[in-house]
Design a protein around this ligand. Structure first.
Ligand code: B16
Ligand code: MG
Length: 217
């Protein structure tokens, strides 16, 4: 069967999870909300709008839609300021060899990200051409853990959900892949991502024989 290899962006291909955290922290500080790295795990893979709601819930802050909109814009401007100097050096270790291997083997590759900033990041890092399909925060109505983003990606690639393989760094994303009956590969810590079918600390730990096994499954 034809396989679909679907990559999350933030935290899988590039380390932008760090920038999201810094940008949200700035908002949280202004609102006097305690926002730690541990809290930040809850925001990974989650849409911008939902992320703000989570932070406000943490601080038990009620806000008007007008204020929320203002903070959403502020957060994104802060986040974008970190992306200005971004280049290929920010691609996480081990990612390029896997993308290249999949291309060599003529595999279908998609991006499946919650971010509305996905395309400029792919452009800046120079890896746009690896992706046959890009599904991002502009294309979906339901955020992860809803599997919508990955289901659209698999469909556009012409693969069944069961034949899709999803690389994810977030709990919400791993859950989305599992709910979509896809093979979930967690990139990160075992203690956070234990729901994933396979877990690797990063791509340098992924052997091409493992990828070959997925292709031939
Ligand atoms: P933006 P991913 C997600 O990207 C991030 O993990 C999450 O922290 C962020 O809030 C979300 O994108 C929205 O991003 O504000 O750029 O639209 O991990 O699904 O690639
Ligand atoms: Mg992610």
């Amino acid at each position: 069967n034809k396989k679909a290899f679907i990559f999350d962006l933030d935290g899988v291909i590039v380390d932008t999870a760090r920038y999201h955290y810094l940008a949200w922290q700035k908002i949280a500080q202004e609102l006097n909300i305690d926002f730690t790295l541990e809290h930040n795990e809850l925001l990974k893979g989650v849409s911008r709008v939902r992320s703000l709601d989570i932070i406000l819930e943490l601080g038990k802050v009620e806000a008007s839609q007008e204020d929320k909109n203002k903070w959403l814009i502020q957060k994104n401007e802060e986040y974008l300021s970190y992306l200005v100097d971004m280049d290929q050096s920010e691609i996480l270790p081990g990612v390029m060899p896997v993308l290249k291997y999949l291309k060599e083997k003529n595999q279908a590759i998609a991006l499946g990200s919650a971010s509305k900033n996905a395309r400029p990041i792919l452009e800046k890092t120079g890896i746009m051409q690896y992706f046959d399909v890009i599904v991002d925060g502009n294309d979906v109505t339901n955020a992860k853990p809803d599997p919508e983003v990955f289901l659209i990606a698999a469909k556009l690639l012409g693969a069944k959900p069961e034949d899709a393989i999803v690389f994810e760094d977030s709990v919400a994303g791993v859950q989305a892949a599992n709910i979509g009956k896809m093979t979930s590969i967690g990139i990160g810590e075992e203690k956070t991502l234990h729901e994933a079918k396979y877990i690797y600390p990063d791509f340098t730990h992924i052997d091409m024989r493992f990828i070959e096994g997925l292709i031939n499954k």
